[in-house]
Write a protein that binds this ligand. Structure first.
Ligand SMILES: Nc1ncnc2c1ncn2[C@@H]1O[C@H](COP(=O)(O)OP(=O)(O)OP(=O)(O)O)[C@@H](O)[C@H]1O
Length: 244
């Protein structure tokens, strides 16, 4: 990899198998799966996509619903393995992909902070150090002993964002989580993302707000039905996308 390339997406294709039949029971599904009697429709969510991201760049992924943005982020985060092609990532990744994906909803906010910290690779001592910052940033001090299942989606997103942005990850992945927070909290998150960018973190960002993408990202990848439609300057391509 070139020195300053931190993410190299090389001819990535991702296939999902969608069951094209209905089953009367789970038992029937298991038996027919074992007998290999189920037919699947192949669906390619990503088709031969290649691009690179350099250290310190902020990349926005844009495209209509179902174009493959989240799938691309999951492949980069290592959550999904591409069917074809490869992804090389240099450094630590803090993924904020599915809202509350790393949370155990029956545990309290406080317990989830330590659980998520462990998932992100931090020790308990590290997390004790970051705890106060997380409580402060999420503005959830009064709710630390409440099970997360009783949180609103905005509260879950505050907590998830506050945890994912501790320390100095090399790459921060933000997928739509900002869209559920209220306007003031979104601004606060944007500010924190900018600070992280200033310190050299590479940001990957998905949003349906082109204004938000253009204000935070210098580069965009435009996906259309799983194909790479355009890649380049966020102002230029964002404007073409908006007018398309
Ligand atoms: N685990 C899965 N199994 C089957 N199909 C999937 C799976 N994950 C995603 N897909 C399909 O892949 C396509 C791309 O989905 P993806 O979530 O990446 O799109 P997106 O661009 O992020 O969409 P949105 O803007 O709606 O969030 C969709 O048609 C979706 O149904």
């Amino acid at each position: 990899m070139e020195n300053d390339v931190i993410i190299d997406v090389d001819h990535v294709s991702m296939r999902f198998n969608l069951a094209s039949e209905k089953f009367d029971s789970f038992k029937e599904y298991v038996i027919r799966t074992l007998k290999k009697q189920i037919s699947f429709n192949e669906f390619w969510a990503l088709k031969d996509v290649s691009f690179q991201v350099k250290k310190g760049e902020s990349l926005g992924l844009i495209g209509l619903n179902g174009s493959g943005k989240s799938t691309m982020l999951k492949v980069i985060a290592g959550v999904l393995k591409p069917t074809k092609g490869s992804v090389r990532v240099e450094g630590t990744v803090a993924p904020l992909i599915e809202l509350g994906a790393g949370f155990d909803m029956d545990l309290t906010a406080s317990e989830n902070i330590f659980l998520n910290g462990a998932i992100l690779g931090y020790s308990r001592t590290d997390m004790e150090k970051y705890y106060e910052d997380i409580v402060e940033f999420s503005e959830l001090r009064d709710f630390m002993n409440v099970p997360v299942k009783n949180f609103s989606s905005g509260m879950v997103s505050r907590l998830a964002f506050a945890i994912a942005t501790i320390g100095q990850p090399d790459i921060l992945i933000v997928d739509e989580v900002l869209s559920v927070g209220d306007f003031r909290f979104q601004q606060k998150c944007e500010m924190r993302i900018r600070n992280m960018l200033d310190k050299g973190t590479t940001i990957l960002f998905v949003s349906h707000s082109i204004e938000q993408v253009q204000s935070l990202c210098n580069k965009v990848v435009w996906l259309e039905k799983g194909n790479l439609k355009m890649v380049g300057d966020s102002k230029e391509i964002g404007d073409i996308y908006r007018n398309s």
